[in-house]
Design a protein around this ligand. Sequence first.
Ligand code: NAD
Length: 361
Amino acid sequence: MAHDVVLIPGDGIGPEITAAMRRVVDATGVDIAWQVVDAGAGVMEEYGTPLPPHVLDAIAQTGVAIKGPVTTPIGTGFRSVNVALRHAFDLYACVRPCVTLPGATSRYSDIDLVVVRENTEDLYAGIEFDPGSFEADRLARLLERNGDRSFRPGSAISIKPISAEGSRRIVTYAFDYARRMGRSKVTAVHKANIMKATDGLFLRVAREVAASYPDIAFEDKIVDATCMGLVMDPHDFDVLVLPNLYGDIVSDLCAGLVGGLGMAPGANIGETCAVFEATHGSAPDIAGKDIANPTAEILSAAMMLDHLGELEAASRIRAAVATTLEAGEQVTADIRRSLTGSEEGAVGTQAFADAVIANLA
Ligand code: NAD
């Protein structure tokens, strides 16, 4: 029976890399019934929202979606479609494996770590007040009345909620993932020395959860020290679990350790739905030129196939991507540059997908 999967092409390089991904998945022979729906700025005029109800209904029905990146206006405009999707389906766990792939030059070899980022709380919860707004002024007055704290007049305010329940389920997810995947250590990353209430709670809960997994080593690290540690020796890390904001930043840092954003796949997992997507954004600087690297999107599809129980097809895709990168001949400009120092001989996004498909056999 076919697997029903919602496909959101996204914008920028999204349509190009999702087309490449779809051809690779179809070439494995796994029967997928793709339901293609659009989200983002392109549908604003027609539906008055970047995430129309029929897109949400389709995902609720299939329980599985894969998407290309969607551009978010910076500072003003509509709220991120990605953040909205994570909230709509309570996709609380963002899982981003960072593995050194053949052919991807980086300062390190043999990196194999996984970032597990909490996706629904923290400064990304969307509780924000503009400078001079009624809410910001009221909050400032309330704090002044209740203690000795004050803000500079006209401050903008973002609120950072972290709950015991949210912390427990993400840390539990990280430990269960470590156990399932045969990994040996979980590092909880925080800034509890400064943010004693919020990060302090995350850390306390992480320690409690860790006590139930005596077979997995546990450590905690302050986020700044973690960044330095990752750059000095990433082999010290295995599974990292982080609140939302640190998770976002550290994911990109780890992607940089394994050859860049074009190489880093991801999954957003909830109790009833899962949405797969590359770590990178819509890369407007290279959109529409058939030069984007589709590796991260193709590897996100491999994670999706694992989720659907199509383990053999997922492994074949990973092996075919590795073979293509290792050969270094039919690869996109970013890979070619990191391999040879020059983009000469690079192929386009779709030609890279053709090479992966040829290597599936
Ligand atoms: P970006 O990840 O789009 O690009 C950063 C740099 O990496 C650019 O130089 C780009 O050319 C390069 N790059 C990214 N993906 C690549 C690929 N597959 N192949 C080759 N090069 C690649 O980050 P940005 O420029 O900060 O963000 C652009 C837009 O994407 C923003 O609107 C942002 O909000 C959005 N965004 C969306 C998602 C998502 O939909 N999941 C994630 C992150 C950012």
